[in-house]
Design a protein around this ligand. Structure first.
Ligand code: NAD
Length: 347
């Protein structure tokens, strides 16, 4: 495949291929933009069927990271690394050390951490040879999930204010699909703010805890999208907004942490037609990157970082207002605003 001709190519600054025959590392690191700061983006490990699939993912995901950082107001650009390999069988210390050396070749222009298929242990190995690895077991900022939960709730509050004209969540019904690290944390905060919860998860124990601790109503994983709720919060998996699910939502707002919630971009416009306000996924779920960037920028200060997390609500409000003015999907407007911000600095 020609990289320049790839549909995922968007004037990326740099795309590098790494091969370490000793450890078996085969990796691609794509840097989309460093206009706003050093590129940042996780390290994904997946047994890609073809090299083209791996290149496509690195190009697509690194652009997504640029957009995410731009709208999160963090001084970072976008990058992403993909390791071609099976996370269940191919992980070794040597492989992640070779990966750490690959990251070093950008001399600080690329920072990374765990992503799907990689874990804290892998980052610890890579961090043994590279100071540009984050989310290790010894970093102060630690697990970003609680920060993501805080950001998601700030986003839900902004959406409720914009769509329903309400300044608080008292009595609002929020249906949460997936009460894992982020969904459970969001449930806890929403409960404190007086929201009523409906939850579903394939993990019965997580559901039981929400019922016992937050008085949540439990429904099956098939029923959750049908819930009669002001807010539907997808916090489990991507592509949940599609032709099949769209007619079935009974909510005013979709606002949750899952990545890539829209199966296709056109589903954002379809939500506008259905009168459902959508909080673009990469904007509302940016809490983790805000948290980590804050820790990189200055000495760890949870209060300062928390203030920055709440700004996610202001960014979403600006997106909602412009989407209304232009009659376009909030996902489209988020992309336009991110691209404008990067271009204003790059130009
Ligand atoms: P997690 O694995 O801790 O939680 C996901 C939960 O969804 C689990 O409890 C799982 O049992 C549940 N689940 C799986 N299939 C389900 C189904 N069919 N119906 C209902 N529940 C189901 O993951 P997480 O870290 O909480 O992340 C949740 C989502 O948010 C993911 O899409 C992730 O990519 C995204 N995200 C997470 C972060 C973060 O900081 N953790 C940041 C940005 C985006």
């Amino acid at each position: 495949m020609s990289i320049f001709e790839s549909p995922a190519f968007d004037d990326h600054e740099d795309v590098r291929f790494f091969c370490d025959p000793v450890s078996g590392l085969r990796a691609i690191i794509a840097i989309h933009s460093t206009a706003l700061g050093p590129a940042a983006g996780g390290c994904r490990m997946f047994p890609y069927a073809t090299e083209d699939d791996a290149i496509f993912d690195a190009l697509r995901l690194s652009k997504g990271m640029s957009y995410k950082s731009a709208l999160a107001n963090v001084p970072m650009g976008g990058g992403k690394s993909v390791i071609i390999g099976d996370p269940s069988t191919d992980k070794t210390q040597a492989l992640f050390e070779a990966f750490g050396r690959a990251v070093n070749s950008f001399q600080g222009g690329y920072h990374t951490g765990e992503d799907s298929g990689t874990a804290v242990q892998d980052m610890d190995w890579a961090a043994g040879v590279s100071k540009f690895i984050h989310g290790t077991s010894t970093e102060d900022a630690g697990d970003p999930s609680p920060a993501t939960s805080v950001g998601v709730v700030a986003g839900i509050e902004a959406a409720v204010r914009h769509k329903l004209g309400r300044d608080d969540l008292q009595g609002m019904i929020v249906a949460i699909q997936g009460v894992g690290a982020v969904g459970y944390g969001a449930a806890e905060i929403l409960h404190q703010k007086g929201a009523r919860l409906i939850v579903a998860d394939v993990n019965d124990q997580a559901v039981r805890e929400c019922v016992e601790r937050f008085g949540a109503e439990a429904v099956s994983t098939d029923q959750i999208i049908l819930a009669d709720a002001e807010v539907f919060a997808p916090c489990a998996f991507g592509a949940g907004i599609n032709d099949e699910t769209l007619p079935r939502f009974n909510c005013d707002i979709i606002a949750g942490s899952a990545n890539n919630q829209l199966l296709e971009d056109r589903h954002g416009a379809a939500l506008v037609e259905r009168g459902i306000l959508y909080a673009p996924d990469y904007v509302i779920n940016a809490g983790g990157i805000i948290w980590i960037s804050d820790a990189m920028e200055a000495a760890y200060d949870p209060d300062r970082a928390t203030t920055r997390l709440h700004a996610i609500g202001d960014t979403l409000t600006a997106i909602f207002q412009r989407a209304d003015q232009e009659g376009r999907g909030t996902n489209e407007i988020a992309d336009v605003m991110a691209a404008e911000k990067i271009a204003s600095v790059a130009g």
